[in-house]
Design a protein around this ligand. Sequence first.
Ligand SMILES: [Zn+2]
Length: 191
Amino acid sequence: MSIRGFTSFFYLSSPNSRTFFFIHFHIRIYMSPPIRIGVGYDIHPLKQGRRCILGGVEIPSEVGPDGHSDADVLCHAIADAILGAAGLRDIGFYFPNTDPACKDMCSLDILRCAVAEVGKRGYALQNIDAVVIAERPKIAAHIAAMQASLAAALGIAPDCVGVKATTNEKLDDLGAGLGIAVHAVALIAKI
Ligand SMILES: [Zn+2]
């Protein structure tokens, strides 16, 4: 019997809608894959005088990512990877850049929200991996601090947080140092 058939059967045989939703939820959890992967991408322009916060760590720099929140492009890409792994909407859906409440918000809170959302669906984050593409500032010396900061927000061990840095080899706008981009993946597993 298909999952639709199961739910139709329980709907017809359940005494009330609360019972139906309880059973429906647990069937969905049972039928869903044991592990799932998600991908995230983000890019922000660099602006003179902005703080440069990556992975919750402030990096000394004359320029920083511009944006409505703290513009932590690393956190944003990771959050989208986590949400995507559970088939959820992107962070713009949960934290619109038109919402005054999101102005200058700490993006580590976005990560905590993403982990909580997948938790509600019966999954726990296992590990993430990310590549930061930036010509400036140089971030290699701050990667260990970023791993520790991200791990604390994500609720996983620092060795389950991959952060790598590369340049765009002087190509295009990223190569000209006009912005920072991040690619990230996340793995979640059924609790
Ligand atoms: Zn962003």
